[in-house]
Design a protein around this ligand. Structure first.
Ligand code: ZN
Length: 314
């Protein structure tokens, strides 16, 4: 920041006798981009003290939740398309959560438990041929390989290499349809279920049984969803019709509207006041330089109208 701007306030960028941005000053202290961005901020007539406002919350209040979500969004941004695809799959939520745990390396397989100092045998308890990693349980173990082949997904095995499980799914899902992604996640879920049944109950499942369990689960879930939908559609909902009503005795009613003129960089705000017998009392329309999202223009219009009415001593 240039030294001569130290201690200056935003209001120093406005005209002295008028609440408008001062083009000359903006040109002097800002580059074209910054100047144009500032000019898009509409200035209201009413004087109010500056205050802190947390942009990620409608009320302007800081919340850990909104901050966490913003950070999550930033962290996940590079893989946002991948995750959007996953969240949109028609699958039971417990299975989508399982898949998220797989990609986040949270599954409690032996290789991970050992890093947490759990005294456990690192080898796969089924084949005893290799360390029990995510990739081994879901792709490399012989029971996993047979299951993929049984499910007609040999091509998946041919594309899978390395030990980075997130990268494996990321690459796989790039070229897969939603149906294929659903099938892949279901097979993974069944393989993990089989692994747990074997480890904890010594129950053995064949590759055909694993594949059938995945298919049955999806069929049952879809059936339940369809029934739920049917129930909802048969539930009568009250029809809410919203219509304008005249104000009560000795009250006035104000209606507002707002418009955006993006091409010329202005917003328009209009208001009309009517009395008990719907008689016209006052109306006003103003325009301000600046551009803000439609929802904010509506809010600004309402705020301006209330300030205006207050000045009129209603
Ligand atoms: Zn194994």
């Amino acid at each position: 920041m240039p030294e001569y701007l130290a201690g200056r306030k935003v209001c120093n960028l406005m005209q002295l006798d008028n609440k408008e941005w001062d083009d000359e000053i903006l040109k002097d202290v800002c580059n074209d981009r910054d100047g144009n961005l500032k000019k898009k901020v509409p200035l209201l007539r009413r004087n109010e003290d500056d205050a802190w406002f947390w942009l990620l919350d409608d009320q302007g209040c800081f919340t850990v939740k909104s901050c966490y979500r913003a950070l999550q969004g930033e962290i996940m941004a590079p893989h946002a398309r991948f995750w959007r695809k996953v969240w949109n799959l028609k699958l039971p939520s417990k299975i989508v959560q399982f898949f998220w745990r797989v990609c986040s390396l949270c599954l409690p397989k032996a290789a991970r438990l050992i890093t947490k100092r759990v005294p456990i045998d690192m080898l796969c308890s089924w084949c005893r041929g290799d360390a029990e990693t995510d990739m081994h349980v879901l792709f490399y173990c012989d029971i996993a390989r047979n299951t993929w082949i049984e499910a007609g997904l040999r091509s998946v095995l041919q594309q899978v290499t390395g030990e980075d499980i997130f990268q494996v799914f990321y690459d796989l899902f790039q070229n897969c349809s939603s149906t294929q992604c659903t099938q892949i996640i279901l097979i993974c879920w069944s393989l993990w279920t089989r692994r747990n049944k074997w480890v904890w109950e010594r129950v053995n499942m064949s590759s055909f049984g694993i594949k059938a369990a995945a298919t049955n689960l999806l069929t049952e879930w879809r059936k339940a969803q369809a029934e739920k939908l049917c129930d909802v559609s048969h539930t009568r909902r009250p029809i809410v019709v919203s219509k304008w009503e005249k104000p009560q005795q000795n009250w006035v009613k104000i209606n507002i509207d707002a418009a955006l003129f993006e091409d010329i960089g202005y917003i328009g705000m209009g208001s009309i006041v009517r009395g008990t017998d719907v008689q016209f009392l006052l109306a006003r329309s103003v325009r301000r330089e600046g551009l803000v999202p439609p929802r904010e223009v509506e809010a600004l219009s309402l705020k301006e109208a209330l300030s205006w009415l207050k000045d009129k001593d209603f």
